[in-house]
Design a binder for this molecule. Structure first.
Ligand code: UD2
Ligand code: MN
Length: 358
């Protein structure tokens, strides 16, 4: 009993010192010498938000983000990845995550970038895209999906496996499929999902800033989780160049969706000039899949529910979550019904013929 007042006083002192140091750290958080001494998680999120846990800001983000810059010409700058990490790393959480500190976005967005042997393009893209997405006040994670060197490139299956792997990691509600070589020129073209699928790359320099054909949906587009699930994701069967974008257009169209686009002046994209890659040659199967087995018939037989792949690794780098997978044709075809398997009886057949679009 005699010691109680002293103990109380001591407790008060301890509490005061604790609160005092919290305040000091919070106030001096901006000073590098204090930040250096903090653990990583504190440094990235700030002390108060760290203490508050994962609580999200209360106010929804405004319809029109306040810091957009509008149209800007593109200068292709290829900085070394280490420099990008130094410059952009502090803006993101490890794994390429970001959420705006001052408002609550409608969606949790996965930006999905297929990338095999295109690292210079990825570096140029990241240098632009990260700033754009931050200005657009998105809650996003950047996923880079790389397939093994041995298989014929298959963009559709990479998009599918990325969706499946992303959903294992968090509750994403919006997916933006982004070619590695396309740079958005106007940040008013928001990377958001909507009631209808959104085609973002509607005016690309390669096509003189117009749509190459009315049902074109390639390059960059945003699909909500609901839209993706309704069409069973992408086809897994378009090996080599072409077709998978027309196929997803038809899947969506068949269940009642139409792509919406911003007007041309807001939807400009710059495609980094490139040649067709080795291992991404056109296949006769892609033409046959589009012209003989209608997307709308096939979509319930193959898609997200039949995606087969070997997950080699998932690595969180400072700027993106890097998923590596191996694709094996025999295994991809294993769950397919006979009318599909028969198209592949003699293995992949390569061709120079341009697939016709519907
Ligand atoms: C068009 C479409 C693209 C896709 C493709 C046909 C535009 C702007 N884009 O692109 O969305 O439908 O035709 O498949 O019309 N990739 C690699 N490594 C490779 C091959 C491809 O990373 O070896 C990835 C990369 O993200 C690339 C994308 O796949 O941007 C599309 O391939 P592309 O750029 O060679 O084809 P492109 O420009 O004709
Ligand atoms: Mn391209």
């Amino acid at each position: 009993m005699r010691y109680r007042p002293t103990t109380k006083r001591a407790l008060r002192v301890v509490v005061a010192v604790f609160i005092g140091s919290l305040l000091i750290i919070e106030v001096f958080d901006g000073f590098s010498f204090v930040r250096e001494t903090l653990p990583d998680s504190l440094r990235r999120e700030g002390l108060l938000s760290f203490l508050r846990g994962k609580e999200r800001p209360f106010c929804p983000c405004p319809h029109k983000p306040p810091s957009l810059l509008g149209f800007r010409d593109i200068v292709e700058v290829d900085k070394p990845m280490s420099q990008l990490e130094q410059e952009l790393g502090p803006l993101l959480r490890h794994g390429g995550h970001y959420s705006p500190p001052d408002c609550r976005p409608h969606d949790k967005t996965a930006i999905i970038i297929p990338c095999r042997n295109r690292w210079p393009h990825l570096r140029v893209l990241l240098n632009y895209l990260v700033h754009v997405l931050i200005r657009q006040q998105l809650d996003f994670t950047i996923f880079v999906i790389e397939s093994d060197q041995g298989s014929t490139f298959n963009k559709g299956i990479l998009l599918n496996l990325a969706v499946l792997e992303a959903m294992k990691r968090d509750r994403y509600t919006c997916f933006v499929m982004q070619d590695v070589d396309l740079l958005t020129m106007d940040d008013r073209n928001l990377y958001r999902c909507d009631q209808q699928p959104r085609h973002l790359a509607a005016a690309i320099n390669k096509f003189k800033y117009t749509l190459p054909y009315p049902r074109y949906s390639g390059g960059v587009y945003a699909l909500s989780l609901e839209q993706l699930l309704k069409v069973n994701g992408h086809s897994n069967l378009f090996f080599g160049w072409g077709g998978e974008d027309d196929d997803i257009y038809h899947r969506l169209y068949h269940v009642g969706y139409t792509f919406t686009r911003n007007p041309e002046e807001m939807a400009k994209y710059w495609m980094i000039k490139h040649k067709r890659d080795k291992g991404n040659e056109r296949t006769r199967q892609s033409t046959m899949l589009l012209q003989k087995t209608m997307s709308e018939k096939r979509m319930f037989d193959e898609g997200l529910n039949t995606t087969r792949y070997h997950l080699d690794s998932v690595e969180e780098t400072p700027l993106f979550t890097w998923i590596k997978a191996t694709i094996n044709l025999t295994e991809v075809l294993q769950p397919a019904p006979p009318y599909i398997k028969s198209l592949f009886e003699n293995g992949l057949q390569f061709t120079n013929k341009k697939p016709r679009t519907r």
